[in-house]
Design a protein around this ligand. Structure first.
Ligand SMILES: Nc1ncnc2c1ncn2[C@@H]1O[C@H](COP(=O)(O)OP(=O)(O)OP(=O)(O)O)[C@@H](O)[C@H]1O
Ligand SMILES: [Mg+2]
Length: 302
């Protein structure tokens, strides 16, 4: 199911939080919605899910629009809100049954069982939600969002605060359900986008400042700059690393490492390796520092 966000504007009092935001998501796509704090991501998601009203513009999911009868529209959309507001005093299974009832599902019990398996919360199903770890709470939130098998999923920072294992599992789960659904997810993590999103939309101060396939936006990021952290067995100084192609600056990093800064899209790690070989240096660490999203924002908004 395709989603079309048409010239959405939202004001709260004097503040324009979303300013003429337009983009579309094709059927089966996973789109990453990125943006710094306060960019308007959650607000846009609340508008897409019909929880709050836009000041202007329209949202369409296939032919259904937020302005047509509400329940039809809501049936199409599953939503995991920011901070995952689940009822901490309810038991996992009890809560999911309650959600199934709210949707008026005929075979609710069966659906709950399927979702418990799919989201990997079998061992937690008889616990109180309040006693679950953050990752498992998040899975309960996802199960809730998937309850009526919606064609569209809106996930507001679904992996915030998860440990690396849980992070990987939740991402896999999203990618897996994503094969049959259209998904918009918000995140601050560039790697997350690279791992699971087909497209990226970057919001900044309520404006779309980038919209394109993940590859394209990644290229934008790597055009901006790259930082590589190195560690050598020998005690060397930044001067010893002079002459490596594309490297503009070398600085001392933490714990005796050296940070090499370069511009351009070409990966400088092979050049560093060659340099080490040529000068008989023993390279212990060669690590590309992940691009900070903030760097890209600065680059895009400068
Ligand atoms: N109900 C509201 N009343 C007044 N201002 C609001 C309301 N909801 C959101 N805002 C404002 O809208 C702006 C965007 O908020 P929003 O929560 O959409 O940002 P976000 O991109 O989700 O940020 P974050 O990454 O921190 O989650 C903020 O300045 C926020 O204070
Ligand atoms: Mg938010």
């Amino acid at each position: 199911m395709s989603i079309s966000v048409n010239q959405i504007t939202k004001t709260f009092g004097e503040q324009t939080v979303l300013d003429n935001v337009s983009f579309s998501v094709s059927t089966g796509e996973i789109v990453g919605l990125l943006g710094p704090n306060g960019a308007g991501k959650s607000t846009l998601m609340k508008i897409i899910t019909g929880y709050i009203k836009q000041s202007a513009g329209s949202i369409e999911i296939n032919s259904e629009s937020t302005s047509t009868p509400h329940m039809n529209y809501r049936r199409l959309v599953g939503y995991l809100p920011e901070n995952n507001p689940v009822y901490h005093d309810m038991f996992v299974k009890e809560y999911l049954h309650w959600v199934a009832n709210v949707y008026g599902l005929k075979s609710g019990a069966k659906r709950v069982q399927t979702l418990i398996e799919q989201t990997g919360i079998g061992r937690e199903q008889y616990k109180k939600i309040g006693s679950l770890s953050k990752g498992y709470k998040q899975r309960v939130g996802l199960a809730q969002a998937l309850m009526n098998d919606p064609a569209v999923l809106i996930l507001d920072e679904p992996t915030t605060g998860l440990d690396p294992n849980q992070l990987a599992e939740i991402r896999n789960l999203i990618a897996e359900v994503g094969t049959s659904k259209t998904i918009i997810l918000s995140t601050h993590i560039m790697q997350e986008v690279e791992a699971i999103c087909d497209r990226v939309v970057i919001l900044h101060h309520g404006h779309v400042i980038a919209d394109g396939p993940t590859e394209q936006v990644r290229a934008m990021a790597s055009n901006h700059a790259q930082t590589v952290r190195c560690e050598f067995a020998e005690a060397i100084t930044p001067n010893d690393l002079r002459g490596i192609p594309h490297v503009e600056r070398v600085e001392h990093g933490p714990d005796g490492t050296l940070l090499l800064y370069a511009s351009g899209a070409e990966d400088i790690r092979p050049h560093i390796f060659d340099h080490a070989k040529k000068h008989d240096l023993t390279l212990l660490t060669l690590l590309q520092e992940s691009q900070r999203l903030e760097d890209i924002f600065q680059d895009l908004t400068r």
